[in-house]
Design a protein. Structure first.
Length: 385
């Protein structure tokens, strides 16, 4: 007899329910806390069954499931992580509009009995890489928001500056300049040699003619001076510098992570350690996907399907119903690889000649990568075994 254990995960209190293969409830839903005592209570219920006859499943719910998953790795029991989107759809098949923790535990157990897959063990070593990758992504987003704020305030106190210097606003030189002279009035009242030394404090990048041009811009600016905004701009620059230092620390950890250093993806020209980290942490285990097209779907790079009756849409957007970090990494990798691969670049140019935009063409190139990655992963797995 096979038994299915459905666990509804919550922050502090989980619910578990056990049913047999015919769908009959063997153990009514019971609560157990997200503590050592609670986990032992769960084991006491499981111990009455043979471990080989049990299939345990719970949803992948943010980070709340990780404590229980990590605990189960130290026991004889295996488990299966369930996609919450699938279990939600399955729950919607119930005619009665009932939802609570007990019902959810029973629903998960029933779903598991119908959609039984091979039990998996979560790789917490891979999770470490995922934490680093997500943290890097978060820092990048925070820094982008700070640059948006910086531009908004500069538009008030020196609106001519950003259009003139463009991306140079992210350079060390302009960070140093804005830390000391944040408004047009402050720049206008500063000597050219001081501005020159401030801009070139690390390396000589800007000429005196360039600095003189900036000072002339400051003399005819149309904004207004504000001591408060001057202080805010300086604070934003300090925040950006702090985020840059955090980014350097995280990227150093990623680059020396064993999974990244030992990956066969490093053999592909154009693949950097950050891209590899994003891809490895998202895919986790290549054996989860029996075909490269499933990786494409997991990344949300597959096209939406729109068909009804005799109507079939010929132009559709990508679904974007997947892992956004993986999708970003694949598009980023596609752009780098096409610069090193004549085959990929030819395919990219073909799509561009069909009238597709740069990012649209990159999306098509990105769909080709999982086939290459899948082969590399499987060769590595075979070599290790």
């Amino acid at each position: 007899m096979t038994y299915f254990v459905g666990i509804d995960i919550a922050k502090h209190l989980h619910y578990a329910c056990i049913i047999d293969q015919s769908g009959q409830v063997v153990t009514q839903p019971f609560p157990f806390e997200n503590t050592s005592v609670g986990f032992q209570l769960l084991l006491s219920h499981l111990s009455t069954f043979s471990k080989d006859s049990l299939f345990i499943g719970f949803e992948s719910t943010a980070h709340y499931h990780e404590n229980l998953a990590f605990f189960l790795t130290s026991t004889p029991y295996s488990y299966e992580l369930i996609n919450p989107l699938l279990s939600k759809r399955f729950r919607g098949l119930n005619i009665r509009d009932v939802k609570n923790d007990k019902v959810d535990a029973l629903t998960i157990a029933t779903f598991l009995s119908i959609n039984r897959n091979s039990p998996i063990q979560e790789d917490f070593f891979t999770n470490e890489l995922a934490f680093l990758s997500k943290e890097r992504d978060n820092i990048i987003k925070q820094r982008s928001r700070e640059y948006v704020r910086l531009t908004a305030y500069l538009d008030r106190v020196f609106p001519e500056l950003k259009p003139r210097i463009g991306a140079s606003i992210k350079s060390f030189g302009f960070h140093n300049l804005l830390c000391k002279f944040s408004t047009a009035k402050e720049i206008k009242e500063t000597r050219i040699d001081v501005l020159f030394n401030t801009l070139n404090f690390k390396r000589k990048t800007y000429s005196k003619a360039y600095v003189s041009e900036l000072k002339n811009l400051a003399k005819s600016f149309v904004g207004y001076h504000s001591d408060a905004l001057s202080k805010i701009i300086k604070n934003i620059i300090h925040q950006i510098e702090f985020l840059n230092s955090q980014l350097d620390t995280i990227e150093s950890e990623i680059k020396c992570h064993p999974l990244v250093m030992n990956s066969r993806l490093t053999l592909i020209p154009g693949m950097g350690p950050i891209q590899i980290a994003y891809i490895l942490s998202a895919i986790e285990n290549i054996t989860r996907f029996d075909h490269p097209s499933k990786i494409v779907a997991f990344a949300g790079l597959d096209p939406k399907v729109r068909q009804s009756g005799q109507f079939v849409a010929t132009k559709t957007r990508m679904s974007k119903r997947g892992n956004s970090l993986l999708r970003y990494a694949l598009n980023w990798s596609a752009n780098n690889i096409r610069m090193h691969s004549s085959v990929m670049n030819t395919y990219y140019l073909k799509k561009r000649s069909e009238g597709k935009s740069h990012y649209n063409a990159l999306g098509h190139c990105a769909k080709k990568l999982p086939t290459t990655f899948s082969l590399s992963f499987r060769i590595q797995i075979k070599t290790l075994s």
